[in-house]
Design a protein around this ligand. Structure first.
Ligand SMILES: Nc1nc2c(ncn2[C@@H]2O[C@@H]3COP(=O)(O)O[C@H]4[C@@H](O)[C@H](n5cnc6c(=O)[nH]c(N)nc65)O[C@@H]4COP(=O)(O)O[C@H]3[C@H]2O)c(=O)[nH]1
Length: 739
């Protein structure tokens, strides 16, 4: 047992020191043994004391660990190799909503959501297979004991148990809040990068963030905007009061929305729909302002444009047919409320087609715009003026009076005022233009319908036109009868040729020395019931329905046959024969061949044949006219321009046409020589014809005074009642023999 002092352990040295301090040292061998025993006793006591201390420390440390284990902010579980929970802390039990005692011995996969089972199997298999003491992280959906689910983050580690079967420790937390926060952040980020421009300012209105749409809409980059205030966008279109009321609303309700005019960086103005919300702190103060705006310029412009296109005529900006019908409906309702008569006026420009055909559609459009302005200016504020299309305008005059006669008188006065205003010369593309109008009027009272009103006003207009134009006419039921007659005539016209109802009349033409030089062939329709019908009644109908083509051919054949017959007569063989050709007939592609064929089969001398063309048909297609005239002239034919002066043929156009003759329209001859304007026109026409080397003939010469004036100006041929009326061939031949 004895040991040398040099190899003594510290415990023994301490025990011996303690014994020495007691004063008893070893004297003999018994004493030495006793001493030794005493030393051992002291050593044992000291060891016991040390062990007691160690145990107390171990117990304290275990309690600390148990507390940490139980109250750590995470759930802790220990799983056996067969995944049974062998240990769980209180937080784990709380998270699973189950008492800790019930958690133990349950399989952990019972707490995994069904849809997460596969994931869990994968993770756990990897964990068992992988290295020990290495942490494996995963996020899984867990299922509480009450069946509710929650997202959790798990850290799993397989612990090496020093020879014993390894266990798995799992630490897990509920990440519901983190997930929600992430989701909200994602939504906020997406919302912030929406199509709307977004601005976030601090409580002082200094911009701290803007989104991409802001940069696109305003033209300012984020760097340019941050640090400034939204005054950067100001257009200057709103006054101080506007912004005052905006701030007041933000102060009162923490919210404002409305339309604002903003200005882009490039100076362009735009309309924006702006919403501003204040972000408040829990204490109730404002921490930020969030503004969202979208450019609504196009939307408001598009809405206005759609409205304009749907209800207004794009040329004159007057209401169109749709809006007119709507307004008429309102006018009728008003009339039934107040018992007052109104009127609708249907206005149509006389000769608009001629202007359009001769001066082009652009000039036609200018006239329509001017007319629209004059009509609008000539009516009261509340009256409606609409354009139906073409040159047709409708006016609604409301509340004219309780008495029909009185209302009719007022409507008539308005109509006459309008015709006067439109009769004032127009300045169109640098040239003066005179225009007249026809107006049909229909009184309007409560029991009328929109359809009837429009139909009757149209009939009245038709009557105004047939009454010689430039007039105002009221609706009269007899107009319907006239229309019926027109459609009957149209039907009958289709059969008139084969029934042999057409005939040609011949009107003589004389030269300045009163020698008969020729005749104009004028068509007549010998109607079985209505007697002789003048061409002005049926030619327009036949032109509209293309019946003019067989009629024109019949006229040509008959006239050529007549020329051929006259070539045998002493007094008739030298006569020229004028034949009217309609536009449709002339412009048909086979016209030249048709003429050639008729000339050949009739054996008429083309040198004696003059085609009378009107100005408007020539101008319809000038190249076609030039081509056809020159081909037919090669056969020896002549060409005369009929109704000259009513159209707008230009000097240069006339020179290109290789005409032989100009015919002064009878409307200019009618008031000669007293009407100064007509006299001036006639003089100008004659001078122009002479300068072009053309013959000139005046038609509609009824008086000697007219003839004398025409002769004094250099006119060298005449046609008119003064010389002879149109007559059937027999009468004409007798007329020729009698000269
Ligand atoms: N107030 C008045 N009138 C006079 C006088 N002298 C002749 N007239 C009329 O003036 C018209 C002259 O014919 P237009 O200008 O070619 O005008 C013609 C012509 O454009 C067209 N027309 C006549 N026959 C034919 C035809 O065969 N084919 C075609 N396409 N049109 C025809 O019908 C129009 C009217 O013919 P009409 O009724 O026969 O009317 C004829 C004739 O009767 C006069 O001194 N005073």
């Amino acid at each position: 047992m004895g040991k040398s002092a040099g190899s003594k352990n510290p415990l023994r040295i301490a025990a011996e020191a303690q014994l020495r301090a007691g004063g008893d040292g070893p004297q003999g061998s018994d004493d030495a043994l006793l001493h030794e025993l005493q030393v051992h006793q002291i050593e044992l006591e000291m060891q016991n004391e040390a062990l007691r201390h160690a145990r107390i420390e171990a117990e304290e440390s275990r309690d600390r660990y148990a507390n940490l284990f139980d109250f750590a902010p995470m759930g802790y579980l220990t799983l056996s190799r067969d995944e049974v929970i062998t240990e769980a802390n209180l937080v784990a039990a709380a998270l699973m909503r189950v008492p800790r005692s019930k958690l133990n011995q349950r399989r952990f996969d019972q707490f995994i959501a069904p849809q997460a089972q596969d994931d869990w199997r994968r993770h756990i298999a990897a964990a068992w297979l992988g290295q020990t003491n290495v942490t494996l992280n995963c996020e899984l959906q867990l299922r509480r004991s009450d069946g509710s689910l929650f997202p959790a983050q798990l850290q799993c580690v397989v612990m090496d148990m020093a020879g014993r079967t390894p266990v798995m420790r799992i630490a897990f937390t509920d990440i519901t809040e983190r997930r929600q926060a992430e989701e909200e952040r994602r939504i906020a980020a997406i919302a912030f990068e929406s199509q709307e421009g977004m601005i976030v300012t601090d409580a002082n209105g200094v911009i701290i963030r803007v989104n991409r749409a802001f940069a696109e809409l305003s033209g300012y980059s984020e760097a340019e905007a941050v640090g400034k205030t939204p005054a950067l966008l100001r257009s200057g279109r709103h006054d101080k009061a506007f912004y005052r009321s905006m701030w007041q609303s933000l102060k009162d309700t923490r919210y404002w929305q409305g339309e604002v005019w903003n200005r882009r960086k490039n100076g362009q103005l735009y309309v924006a729909w702006l919403t501003i919300s204040a972000v408040t702190t829990p204490e109730g103060g404002v921490s930020h302002y969030v503004g969202a705006f979208s450019d609504t310029t196009e939307k408001s412009q598009a809405a206005a444009e759609i409205h304009r296109l749907a209800f207004f005529d794009p040329l004159t900006h007057l209401p169109n047919r749709r809006l007119l019908q709507d307004r008429l409906g309102h006018a009728l309702a008003a009339s039934s409320r107040n018992g007052l008569y109104g009127a609708i006026l249907f206005l149509d420009l006389d000769n608009f087609k001629t202007l359009n055909d001769t001066r082009g559609h652009d000039v036609g459009d200018l006239l329509l715009v001017e007319v629209a302005q004059r009509v609008r200016a000539g009516l009261r504020e509340g009256d409606t003026v609409a354009r139906l299309g073409g040159d047709e305008f409708i006016m609604i005059l409301e509340s004219l009076g309780a008495d029909a006669e009185e209302a009719a008188l007022l409507a008539k006065q308005v109509g006459e005022k309008l015709t006067e205003t439109i009769a004032q010369p127009f300045e169109l593309g640098g040239a003066e233009f005179h225009c007249t109008t026809s107006i049909g009027v229909r009184l309007m009272s409560a029991h009328d319908t929109v359809e009837d009103l429009l139909k009757h006003a149209d009939l009245a207009l038709y009557q105004a036109k047939t009454a010689g134009r430039n007039t105002v006419r009221f609706y009269d039921p007899s107009m319907q009868a006239a229309l019926d007659r027109r459609s009957t005539l149209e039907n009958e016209l289709r059969h008139a040729i084969k029934r042999g109802e057409f005939t040609l009349y011949y009107q003589p033409q004389f030269d300045h020395a009163h020698r008969l030089i020729g005749a104009e062939a004028l068509l007549r329709w010998q109607h079985p019931r209505h007697g002789l019908i003048a061409p002005e009644e049926f030619i327009p109908i036949s032109e509209q329905t293309s019946i003019i083509l067989p009629i024109g051919r019949w006229v040509l054949e008959t006239a050529c046959a007549q020329l051929a017959a006259w070539s045998h007569g002493e007094r008739t063989r030298g006569l020229m024969l004028g034949v009217n050709v309609s536009a449709r007939q002339f412009h048909q592609p086979e016209f030249v061949d048709q003429v050639r064929h008729v000339l050949e089969s009739s054996r008429a001398n083309p040198q004696r044949l003059t085609f009378e063309l009107t100005e408007s048909m020539v101008l319809d297609d000038v190249p076609d006219t030039i081509r056809k005239i020159s081909t037919l002239k090669e056969l020896g034919m002549h060409f005369s321009l009929d109704d000259f002066g009513t159209g707008f043929s230009s000097f240069s156009c006339l020179t290109r046409l290789s005409l032989d003759q100009l015919k002064i329209d009878k409307s200019f001859v009618l008031n000669l020589p007293d009407n100064g304007a007509d006299a001036a026109i006639v003089t100008a026409i004659i001078t122009m014809a002479r300068s072009l080397g053309l013959n000139i003939i005046a038609e509609g010469v009824e008086t000697e005074a007219q003839r004398v004036f025409l002769a004094s100006q250099g006119c060298n041929a005449y046609q008119g009642h003064l010389f002879g009326r149109p007559m059937p061939v027999e009468a004409f031949e007798a007329f020729v023999s009698g000269i």
